[in-house]
Design a protein around this ligand. Structure first.
Ligand SMILES: [Ca+2]
Ligand SMILES: [Ca+2]
Ligand SMILES: [Ca+2]
Length: 133
């Protein structure tokens, strides 16, 4: 086996092993969905675009807010309390995007402005995935 064949075989083996496992992981699936510039990480702009689309998708009765029924458990009680100071149980688009931004910031402790798969597995990262799914 020459050098190129060895490299090709190694790449094939690696992709065979990493492929299905990576696809099954929610963080990787989330990155694939959100990462519109395909650089392997998600930045705040990408998160905001998805959050905006998700809000519109969930906002079925078109009253301008998401209520508990429309949110379907996408947000934790604690996060809802922070995002909904008047405690009426609804989030308008600005509040929903605000939650996404707050979770993004929490999930990015190295403050490089992007979330990688590891950061998405943190508590805030998981909450963000849950919010935008
Ligand atoms: Ca990206
Ligand atoms: Ca609504
Ligand atoms: Ca980061």
């Amino acid at each position: 086996m020459n050098f190129h064949q060895t490299v090709a075989a190694a790449i094939l083996a690696a992709s065979f092993v990493a492929g299905p496992a990576a696809f099954a992981a929610p963080a990787s699936k989330f990155i694939a969905m959100v990462d519109t510039d395909s650089d392997g990480t998600i930045d705040l702009k990408e998160v905001q675009a998805v959050a905006s689309a998700t809000f519109d998708k969930l906002e079925k009765d078109a009253d301008g807010t998401l209520d508990k029924k429309e949110l379907k458990g996408r947000i934790s009680k604690a996060d809802m309390k922070d995002a909904d100071p008047d405690n009426d149980g609804t989030l308008d688009k600005k509040e929903y995007l605000g939650v996404a931004q707050a979770l993004f910031t929490l999930a990015d402790p190295d403050k490089d402005g992007t979330l990688d798969a590891k950061e998405l597995k943190s508590k805030a990262g998981k909450a963000l995935v849950n919010l935008l799914k």
